[in-house]
Design a protein around this ligand. Sequence first.
Ligand SMILES: *[C@@H]1O[C@H](CO)[C@@H](O)[C@H](O)[C@H]1NC(C)=O
Ligand SMILES: *[C@@H]1O[C@H](CO)[C@@H](O)[C@H](O)[C@H]1NC(C)=O
Ligand SMILES: *[C@@H]1O[C@H](CO)[C@@H](O)[C@H](O)[C@H]1NC(C)=O
Ligand SMILES: *[C@@H]1O[C@H](CO)[C@@H](O)[C@H](O)[C@H]1NC(C)=O
Ligand SMILES: *[C@@H]1O[C@H](CO)[C@@H](O)[C@H](O)[C@H]1NC(C)=O
Ligand SMILES: *[C@@H]1O[C@H](CO)[C@@H](O)[C@H](O)[C@H]1NC(C)=O
Ligand SMILES: *[C@@H]1O[C@H](CO)[C@@H](O)[C@H](O)[C@H]1NC(C)=O
Ligand SMILES: *[C@@H]1O[C@H](CO)[C@@H](O)[C@H](O)[C@H]1NC(C)=O
Ligand SMILES: *[C@@H]1O[C@H](CO)[C@@H](O)[C@H](O)[C@H]1NC(C)=O
Ligand SMILES: *[C@@H]1O[C@H](CO)[C@@H](O)[C@H](O)[C@H]1NC(C)=O
Ligand SMILES: *[C@@H]1O[C@H](CO)[C@@H](O)[C@H](O)[C@H]1NC(C)=O
Length: 479
Amino acid sequence: MDCGKQNHGSAIMGKVTRLSWSPLLLLITLILILSFQITTRTIYPIRLMSGLSEPEVSEVVGSCVGFLREFPRREVIMSIKDFGGVGDGKTSNTDTFRRAILYMQRFGDKGGSQLNVPKGRWLTGSFNLTSNFTLFLEEGAVILGSQDPKEWPIIEPLPSYGRGRERLGGRHISLIHGNGLSNVVITGDNGTIDGQGKMWWELWWNRTLVHTRGHLVELMNSHNILISNLTFRNSPFWTIHPVYCSNVVVKDMTILAPLNAPNTDGIDPDSSTNVCIEDCYIESGDDLVAVKSGWDQYGIKMAHPSSNILVKRVAGTTPTCSGVGIGSEMSGGIFNVTIEDLHVWDSAAGVRIKTDKGRGGYISNITISNITMERVKIPIRFSRGSNDHPDEGWDRNAIPVVKGVSISNIVSLNSTKAPVLQGIKDAPFGGICMKNVTLIGLASASWHCEFISGFAKDVFPMPCPQLQNNASTSWCSYS
Ligand SMILES: *[C@@H]1O[C@H](CO)[C@@H](O)[C@H](O)[C@H]1NC(C)=O
Ligand SMILES: *[C@@H]1O[C@H](CO)[C@@H](O)[C@H](O)[C@H]1NC(C)=O
Ligand SMILES: *[C@@H]1O[C@H](CO)[C@@H](O)[C@H](O)[C@H]1NC(C)=O
Ligand SMILES: *[C@@H]1O[C@H](CO)[C@@H](O)[C@H](O)[C@H]1NC(C)=O
Ligand SMILES: *[C@@H]1O[C@H](CO)[C@@H](O)[C@H](O)[C@H]1NC(C)=O
Ligand SMILES: *[C@@H]1O[C@H](CO)[C@@H](O)[C@H](O)[C@H]1NC(C)=O
Ligand SMILES: *[C@@H]1O[C@H](CO)[C@@H](O)[C@H](O)[C@H]1NC(C)=O
Ligand SMILES: *[C@@H]1O[C@H](CO)[C@@H](O)[C@H](O)[C@H]1NC(C)=O
Ligand SMILES: *[C@@H]1O[C@H](CO)[C@@H](O)[C@H](O)[C@H]1NC(C)=O
Ligand SMILES: *[C@@H]1O[C@H](CO)[C@@H](O)[C@H](O)[C@H]1NC(C)=O
Ligand SMILES: *[C@@H]1O[C@H](CO)[C@@H](O)[C@H](O)[C@H]1NC(C)=O
């Protein structure tokens, strides 16, 4: 990439729009353009902002408002069509998206830009976003992920995982990717991004996957991000993955994948802080939301926690996984997570905390309230992992600490089992606080608790004795 040339180009382009009424200057400019076309093949038309539907941060209402800084105005709005995009569902637009964003990147420090994707089916391989940028999917716009794995190039593994999550070495890049960005918005009038993940799930099922699958959207080391009002479908792997990010809002999203599609988590905040997830409907083959922070010795070494996370009004189903999961990758630490107004049905668990020996790290100050569940097998579950380590280098002495989980105002109808709360032998989970938990229609009413301690009040059916320690600790506000 030659940035010098790009900036030079934009200065000349600016002249075109300002001085087109002046014949003499127009002539000079045309000469300049003609000579310039030797290096820049195409001159794109520029549409300036004129009260067009730009998502202002002020439109973000509700609990997520404080999580974002104001976005700079987008001065330039263009359509993927301006770059020669073809929305027929067959023509590849990989190059078009990459060219469009490379071009729009030059407006990053000149007021920012917005790329509109109109109605149509826009097939593409992976492309990267830029800063001060909005990707806007109009009503009926569908971005389709390429079926050619080469269109999802291999990138470095994450340092906090040390390798690809599924396979050793590098991993496929996400369909839509960003690294080191700020002020990015991905929104629209409920347009769709469809990863067409079936091919990837089959590679996983038939054990011919060579590198770890890509996410639908991954943002790394990025700040002030809004993802809203769209439908994401059929991600090859976890759907939305903010990692090493801060100030991220995911709002009013519909996230769908077949209920048997492997590892198609909805939203996975990973080593990220100030993340707000609100008003999302998710159905998929894995956790609707999973909070993470790196894997064993790699996550411990990086020590980048996930913190200040709010998950509110998420609804959905996942038959083999949980509404909200914390872990199992939590080696950088996870603290100050609030989960509220969750509605989960026909799922394996409502809320699940998962860790293991070798993880190290900690999980603390987790507040869970107002969860409604129907036909969820195990409504509340804490568990050890299943010997899932990146390599033989994991530290047998790295025991995770789990301390301070408060759970209140829970109603569960027709669960199979009472809560299963399993801590770790050498490091019992402490400060597990439950209040106003009602589990009706249980097939089995006896709690299964080991290596945990805490406090319970107004819990039905009668909790395990480990929770009947009536001396509440200082963090536990119920007493
Ligand atoms: C984004 O816009 C802000 C405010 O206009 C500006 O300060 C910042 O430098 C821009 N970022 C980039 C990468 O251009
Ligand atoms: C996108 O960004 C990644 C770094 O995160 C880089 O490896 C890759 O080459 C970039 N892709 C393109 C098409 O620029
Ligand atoms: C969200 O999408 C719907 C459906 O296209 C549209 O009517 C609405 O205005 C959008 N909302 C926002 C906040 O953009
Ligand atoms: C967006 O589209 C999805 C899928 O068609 C639909 O279920 C959802 O209700 C729509 N959301 C809005 C805000 O229109
Ligand atoms: C595995 O699935 C992929 C993707 O659908 C397919 O191309 C390949 O032929 C399958 N391989 C085997 C051994 O079934
Ligand atoms: C905990 O996270 C919330 C966001 O959910 C934030 O508002 C609050 O300030 C955080 N608390 C501390 C002590 O950082
Ligand atoms: C613990 O979580 C609660 C609820 O989000 C928050 O009010 C409090 O500030 C948090 N404390 C710390 C130390 O993170
Ligand atoms: C509890 O959550 C549900 C959504 O699952 C919401 O409709 C309801 O208003 C919430 N109740 C309270 C008291 O916040
Ligand atoms: C108990 O929780 C339920 C469900 O959230 C709620 O409707 C009810 O008001 C709560 N009761 C008390 C005493 O807080
Ligand atoms: C719970 O089970 C009972 C008895 O089988 C049934 O009548 C009721 O409809 C079920 N409720 C839900 C919410 O599944
Ligand atoms: C805790 O309180 C309950 C009800 O007040 C009582 O039945 C129970 O014996 C107490 N448990 C302990 C360990 O003191």
